[in-house]
Design a protein around this ligand. Structure first.
Ligand SMILES: [Zn+2]
Length: 161
């Protein structure tokens, strides 16, 4: 009986600790440095400690380097193309996808139903004109400057009036 009791106390403590920290759940083939990068981004930009992000390599559609999904209000998954090998481009892709997580979290982007800033998403828009993609690239540039000590692989030009 005593043993069972202490087991439950340990279990409860573990659950409480879990609730109090952001979780990055990464599959084993993800470089630990990439996990640290997402963890740092989440710590600084997503102060909510109940957010969970699943990160894994996946066979994505050809031409797609990353994909982010909103599984629940505070649960997201980031998939990186398994054949994307260049370390710098992987970091950029991770920060771009994390930008989608931020926009989901902030309520700018929604997956169910697909909306950007409250308006229905038009999938016919070319990639470079999709405002949610432009936003994710802007996040990637900002996060890169804040978290990494090397020049980014891409420069973002904002063509505003
Ligand atoms: Zn994107």
């Amino acid at each position: 009986m005593y043993k069972i009791k202490s087991f439950f106390i340990i279990l409860l403590t573990a659950l409480c600790l879990n609730v109090k920290s952001q979780q990055i759940i990464a599959s084993s083939e993800i470089d630990p440095l990439e996990v640290i990068l997402i963890h740092r981004a989440a710590k600084i930009y997503l102060k909510d400690t109940n957010v969970q992000i699943i990160v894994k390599n996946s066979p994505l559609y050809p031409g797609l380097e990353g994909m982010t999904q909103q599984i629940g209000p505070k649960l997201y998954s980031i998939d990186i193309a398994f054949d994307l090998k260049n370390k710098k481009e992987r970091k950029w892709t991770i920060l771009h996808e994390f930008g989608h997580v931020l926009d989901f979290y902030l309520g700018f982007l929604s997956q169910h139903p697909p909306r950007w800033m409250g308006k229905k998403i038009d999938h016919r828009l070319p990639w470079n004109l999709r405002p949610w993609e432009i936003s994710a690239d802007n996040w990637a540039a900002e996060l890169w400057a804040a978290l990494l000590d090397e020049p980014p692989p891409y420069v973002i030009w904002n063509m505003e009036n």
